[in-house]
Design a protein around this ligand. Structure first.
Ligand code: CA
Length: 222
C-alpha cells in the first residue's frame, strides 16, 4: 500500500499526501527528482505520483530513465501543461495516467486506485480466519456463507482487513468513511462497529481506550 509522492511544493504536496493517506495508502514524500531512482531500486512501491515540474530535474526525464531501466512501477503524472500532444507523449514515455493541474484530490485517489488495480495490486481476496472479503465484487463470507453488509459496514471491514495489525483512531475511520463531513456523524463508526460485531462476534474489533480500534480474532469455525 506504499506510494512514492514526488512533489516539490510544500503546501500542494502536503495536501496530496494527506488525501492519499486518508485513502488508505502509506506515503513516502520526496521533494525532488534526486534520490527517486535510488528509492525505487531499493524498495517496492505500489505506485508513484510524479510532478513533472521539479526544481532539480525534469519529471519527464526521470520517467523515461525509469522505464529505460526496466522499472514497471505504475506512475501517475501531475502535469501543469494540458496540450494534447503533451498528454500523448507522456503516455508514450511510460506514464500510466496523468492529471492536469489543478488536481482534484478525489480524482487523484481514484486514478491511483485504478492504476494499482490494473497492475494487479488489489488483492483478489482479503482473509481473516473464517472471514473472506472480495474487494472486487464487494461480497463477504463467514465460513463460506455470505453475510449481507451495508455499504459503510463493508468499507469499514475492508479498512481493517487491508491492514490487520494496525490501530485506527476513530477520527481516521470517520474521515475514511465520510471524507470531510464528519461533524454530522460523530458516533457513526461505533454504530457500524456495533452491527459488524453482531454479525461477526464481539471479539472481531478490540476497543483500545483513548486510542482507537484494532482487529481482534475472527469467529472460530463452527
Ligand atoms: Ca512542482
Amino acid at each position: 500500500m506504499e506510494l512514492l509522492l514526488v512533489e516539490d511544493d510544500t503546501a500542494f504536496g502536503g495536501a496530496l499526501r494527506d488525501g492519499l493517506v486518508l485513502d488508505g495508502h502509506r506515503v513516502q514524500w520526496q521533494r525532488g527528482a534526486a534520490g527517486v531512482a535510488a528509492l525505487l531500486a531499493a524498495a517496492r512501491f505500489d505506485a508513484v505520483v510524479l510532478d513533472l515540474g521539479l526544481p532539480d530535474g525534469d519529471g519527464r526525464a526521470l520517467l523515461q530513465a525509469l522505464r529505460a531501466g526496466g522499472d514497471t512501477t505504475p506512475v501517475v503524472v501531475l502535469s501543469g501543461r494540458g496540450q494534447t500532444a503533451d498528454r500523448v507523449s507522456l503516455l508514450d514515455d511510460g506514464a500510466d495516467d496523468y492529471l492536469v493541474k489543478p488536481v482534484d484530490l478525489a480524482e487523484l485517489t481514484a486514478r491511483v486506485r485504478a492504476v494499482r488495480r490494473r497492475a494487479g495490486l488489489v488483492p483478489e481476496m482479503l482473509r481473516h480466519g473464517t472471514i473472506a472479503l472480495d474487494p472486487r465484487r464487494r461480497r463477504v463470507t463467514l465460513q463460506g456463507r455470505e453475510v449481507v453488509l451495508r455499504e459503510r459496514e463493508f468499507s469499514l471491514l475492508a479498512i481493517f482487513l487491508h491492514e490487520p495489525l494496525r490501530l485506527f483512531t476513530r477520527a481516521e475511520l470517520e474521515s475514511r468513511l465520510y471524507g470531510a463531513e464528519t461533524a454530522a456523524v460523530s458516533n457513526a463508526v461505533e454504530v457500524h462497529l456495533h452491527f459488524l460485531r453482531r454479525k461477526f462476534g464481539r471479539e472481531l474489533f478490540v476497543t483500545v481506550r483513548g486510542a482507537g480500534y484494532r482487529l481482534g480474532p475472527p469467529p472460530a469455525a463452527a
